[in-house]
Design a protein. Structure first.
Ligand code: FES
Ligand SMILES: [Fe+2]
Length: 366
């Protein structure tokens, strides 16, 4: 006879959206037979790669007595728990062996499972699909393919940056889409200065599960754009998309040159998220083609955001009343409206009713 000990309540991350792919960690962190750990939406995960190189993700808790499976051993196809040696298939989580059972045991070992999650690799990340815990029909039967960074040719360079942010995923995301903090947080000679603040007007439009800052010529007061324009003698265009649950894509094009980046804010715990930035670009002449240069500036940019959010977290700890204003905080308002619309569409089993009805122009100073 087997009997179940009920789990302590684990309500999960109240701010996070389930039923989506999230980047758990960088691909390079799992090598050969090694096991790595990560946390997504307060779910502890153990990740590895089978003998054929295919990544897997299991809940990092043995279904016997909860020992993290990451303390165990992996033989290329099954993970063995370090406590009593139960073995689980790395991809399905199905139990294969319980060493303590005697030959006449009636226990159906194959009906015991460690939690397992769909897992795919893209652009140097291991993505894990976190299903809706309510398990609503249709939502999770076969997850869509994991997100991919848009690329516009075969030859390109790619680089990755990341930073932990000590706040809920919502604050991480609205920080990411906030157009008004630039001149205060990201001041520098090569980007923009506080006195360069001027009025801006940008058109936005709805896209599935998100919104787009329509394709436009970027601000003339940023050195990198000026340089691009000079090098190629062609107009520079940029398109910025936000897509639920947590992705900001930016594509910059100038003649045949392109630069494509994506920032994702991944909920780790309710009080911690991580920003992952990946950028790919085709070969540009001279300095803009340098990975190290891009990393240098990118790191600095992300560190400025990170330091700001560490300070903001001091204030948020005390649960202050907050204020979102038009038009600079309209994208943040849209994010919350999109999230609510998505949850409502799932609850009602209806298509998402998009909170943005058509093109909108926003105006702000930055
Ligand atoms: S806790 Fe894993 S085998 Fe007992
Ligand atoms: Fe920023």
């Amino acid at each position: 006879m087997s009997s179940l000990i009920p789990p302590a309540d684990s309500p999960g991350d109240p701010n996070a959206l389930y039923g989506f792919w999230y980047p758990a960690l960088r691909s390079e962190r799992i090598r050969e037979r090694g096991l790595a750990t990560a946390m997504l939406l307060e779910i502890p995960l153990v990740l590895g790669r089978d003998a054929a190189g295919r990544a897997f993700a299991l809940r990092d808790a043995c279904p016997h007595r909860g020992m993290p499976l990451s303390y165990g051993w992996f033989d290329g196809s099954a993970v063995e728990c370090s406590y009593h040696g139960w073995k689980f298939d790395a991809h399905t989580g199905q139990c294969r062996e319980i060493p303590s059972l005697t030959a006449d045991s009636k226990l159906r070992v194959d009906r015991i499972f460690a939690g397992s999650f769909p897992c795919e690799e893209r652009d140097g990340y291991v993505w894990v699909y976190i299903p809706d815990p309510a398990g609503r029909p249709g939502s999770d039967d076969s997850p869509p393919p994991a997100p991919e960074l848009p690329k516009f040719g075969q030859r390109y360079r790619i680089t990755h940056l990341e930073a932990d942010l000590p706040c809920s995923v919502d604050h991480g995301i609205i920080g990411l889409m906030d157009p008004a903090h630039g001149p205060f947080v990201h001041q520098s000679w090569w980007w923009r200065k506080r006195h360069s603040i001027h009025e801006k007007q940008k058109q936005f439009e709805p896209i599935p599960n998100g919104f787009r800052m329509s394709t436009h010529e970027p601000s003339a007061n940023s050195a990198p754009y000026r340089l691009l324009r000079r090098l190629y003698g062609q107009p520079v265009t940029t398109t910025i998309d936000f897509v639920l649950p947590n992705m900001r894509f930016e594509v910059i094009r100038c003649d045949e040159a392109w630069f494509s980046s994506r920032a994702t804010v991944t909920p780790v715990r309710r009080d911690l998220c991580r920003i992952d930035f990946v950028a790919a670009w085709n070969v540009l002449p001279w300095m803009l083609g340098q990975v190290s240069l891009l990393r240098f500036f990118g790191k600095r940019f992300i560190r400025q955001d990170q330091e700001t959010m560490i300070r903001q977290a001091e204030g948020l700890k005390h649960n202050p009343q907050l204020l979102l204003i038009d038009d600079a905080d309209r994208p943040a308002k849209w994010y919350f409206a999109l999230k609510a619309a998505l949850l409502e569409s799932r609850r009602a089993g209806q298509p998402l009713k998009h909170p943005i009805e058509g093109p909108v122009t926003l105006r702000w100073r930055s």
